[in-house]
Ligand binder design. Structure first.
Ligand SMILES: NC(=O)c1ccc[n+]([C@@H]2O[C@H](COP(=O)([O-])OP(=O)(O)OC[C@H]3O[C@@H](n4cnc5c(N)ncnc54)[C@H](O)[C@@H]3O)[C@@H](O)[C@H]2O)c1
Ligand SMILES: [Zn+2]
Length: 354
């Protein structure tokens, strides 16, 4: 099974040119931030023989809000966008989520195409039709589900991406392998260092296949889709906790630590063996050792954990591995169990990196 729109991982721009031609738009807008404007827009515009109107916004999660949406809608109105106009969202997950949200609500919805330019948005954000913005410090609280007309993934965009951003996206690749595909895990385990020169195309394709399989089985996250939250219950709590700290974590970095803690939780619940925990945490630490740190006490995290959108009723619900390559969801866990995984992390894992 797959999603209802074409996703192309390709270096052949004629694929995108044909998709745009089929839509026959009256105007084509390209939404970018200053970085994707500088590094990616010249590549796009030189490969497509079309006229574009660019809308440039400021980069960063702090701008993923209603004020920026107003600027985008204003730019669309001033340029007389109609329901026959098309928006190309050229950027990372911030551009994709917010540009898609603006397109899906402008004049009750105009067509948009996702052209992700970060590893995270290529393997994750641009597939699955979740769109939205942040408000009052809460991530993605205002948003909707809407399908793009297409997703076009051009992996050479990664050549200009900062190494830390590349590593952040790689956490989602690790997640896809662990929750769904043991062969994929064996394949990525041979990667020793992350570089722009890795053949990213096949990796991105495999991750997209996994995500689109899961999403098409359960588009609205009633069940199976929750396995994509592996590492995210603890990861989101850490991301929020360190938000304004000098040692703040990128999304994927927080998820990397979250996956280690949640794997330890699965081991304690006898869903996984101790050697499996060691294999997983060794691999993750080989990339993320510099961000491994002593984590805060659970009472400092528990608010963020309880706010987690994935929880229902009492207890905490986790998506936990049942093996390398498979994952269960809605696994009820109490705070005591979680505390013991945090203790293991702080007392046994952290000292190895100090
Ligand atoms: N919709 C979903 O299902 C979903 C899933 C995961 C994450 N997200 C969202 O994605 C966002 C994070 O996405 P992100 O990690 O891509 O962050 P981002 O969009 O902020 O991009 C990271 C940085 O890289 C820069 N950049 C982008 N492409 C570049 C390139 N090719 N070369 C040089 N610089 C480049 C950007 O300007 C930015 O400074 C979050 O808002 C998150 O909520 C959504
Ligand atoms: Zn994520």
């Amino acid at each position: 099974m797959s999603v209802n729109y074409p996703i192309s991982v390709s270096e052949d721009w004629s694929v995108l040119q044909a998709q745009i031609a089929q839509l026959n738009p009256d105007k084509i807008f390209v939404l970018v931030d200053e970085n994707s404007h500088k590094d990616c827009y010249p590549i796009l515009s030189s490969n497509l023989a079309l006229d574009f109107i660019t809308i440039v916004i400021q980069s960063g999660e702090t701008n993923k809000n209603i004020d920026t949406c107003q600027k985008i809608w204003t730019a669309l109105l001033e340029a007389e966008a109609s329901r026959k106009s098309l928006i190309l969202n050229l950027g990372g997950g911030v551009i994709g989520d917010m540009g898609g949200f603006c397109a899906a609500s402008f004049k009750r919805g105009i067509p948009f195409i996702q052209i992700p330019t970060t590893l995270l948005s290529m393997v994750d954000a641009s597939v699955g039709s979740k769109l939205g913005i942040d408000m009052l410090g809460l991530k993605n609280v205002v948003g909707l589900f809407a399908d793009p007309q297409a997703v076009f993934v051009y992996s050479p965009f990664l050549k200009t991406l900062a190494h830390r951003e590349l590593r952040s996206g790689f956490a989602e690749v690790i997640k896809h392998a662990l929750i769904f595909d043991e062969d994929y895990w064996c394949q990525i385990k041979s990667i020793k260092t992350l570089s722009k020169d890795i053949a990213w195309g096949p990796i991105i394709q495999r991750s997209i296949d996994i995500k689109s399989n899961v999403v098409s089985e359960d588009p609205l996250e009633k069940g199976l889709r929750k396995i994509l939250n592996f590492g995210h219950t603890v990861g989101h709590a850490l991301e929020s906790h360190y938000l304004d700290a000098p040692s703040s974590l990128l999304h994927g970095e927080a998820i990397a630590i979250g996956m280690i803690i949640e794997t330890s939780l699965a081991k304690d619940k006898r869903m996984l063996s101790a050697p499996q925990l060691e294999e997983i945490s060794n691999f993750i630490c080989s990339f993320y050792s510099d961000i491994i740190r002593t984590l805060p006490a659970l009472n400092q995290l528990s608010n963020a954990l309880k706010q987690d959108k994935k929880n229902e009723g009492q207890g905490l619900l986790f998506s936990l591995l049942t093996n390398i390559g498979s994952c269960d969801y809605n696994v009820l866990t109490n705070l005591k169990e979680l505390q013991s995984s945090l203790d293991w992390f702080n007392n046994h894992l952290v000292p190895k990196f100090e």
